[in-house]
Ligand binder design. Sequence first.
Ligand code: PMP
Length: 358
Amino acid sequence: MSRVYNFCAGPAALPEAVLTRAQEELLEWQGQGASVMELSHRSKAFIDVMEQAESRLRRLLGVPDDYAVLFQQGGASQQFAAVPLNLSSDTDSADYLVTGQWSKKALAEGARFVNANCVADGAEDNFMSIPPRDGWSLGGGRYFHYCPNETIGGLEFSDVPAVDSPLVADMSSTLLSRPVDVTQFGVIYAGAQKNIGPAGLALVVVQKELLGQARSSCPAMLNWETAATNGSMYNTPPTFAVYLTGLVFEWLESLGGLEVMGAINARKAARLYGHIDNSDFYSNPVSKSARSWMNVPFTLADSALDKVFLDEAEQAGLTNLKGHRSVGGMRASIYNAVPEAAVEALCTFMSEFEQRYG
Ligand code: PMP
């Protein structure tokens, strides 16, 4: 077996220890005579899986008791609609900050349900920096939505915006990469397929006092209060995805939690950006104070070499380095399950490539 170093933006690499464990217990899970996928979601055994996953997440993130933790389906994109449907009426307004492709999509979907006020749009700067706070036109609506880490552009906030409305954060590509103070947020949501688990699942962490305001037209499957009162089992949950996610949380705890993970991720990012900055052959266009720890886009001095770079990288076992189709170039996503050795191998490959073609 030869596993590659996988730099995919999502679905992303999963910890090898988690995959091995799932493989070992696939046919017969914990003496049940069946796989975890074949158990009733109403069985005590599966309810334990769900409850343990939730408790582990609460410990990892330090989620206080006055916040609900929900396992939802439909990915992060479904939450783009769930947010306004749960937090506003169709005559209300809400603030949206646009810093890249994902917050732009959230605004477009949100605008179908609420009067969405675009506070500022980083498109003017090609999404290379966070629009300065003093230029934001805040409308003071029911909530303020933003995306702390833009997966495509590799643009990340280094602080939490200070606004008066409840903060709603799409943390799809940054949640669990380091500690976060949950109490600063009204709602945090994230698609699972980066640092959390398999695609299909989305996590929602919501302040309980924000529950109970959903519109009567809000579909039951999108209603956070319905999910909260039914232990995220209003319908059949994606049981295998929840189980695997629980194993990822267990793996994170065994490493020492998010402080330890955050230190590892800081080293990985510093190593790769340092390598890019020390070369005239590679460059990263994002403003230094807003560089993402998780998604590192970079370009070659000669874009005609892009395909050669990608082909040779793949032959060297470094996969999925192609940049998003909307921006081109390369992008290395260095999520939790991408080890430091992978970043080292990438830097070595980049040096050798530069020597040959630079
Ligand atoms: N928001 C962000 C920041 C993302 O990176 C993604 C997926 N890459 C999404 C939303 C959409 O997630 P999903 O595909 O789970 O709907």
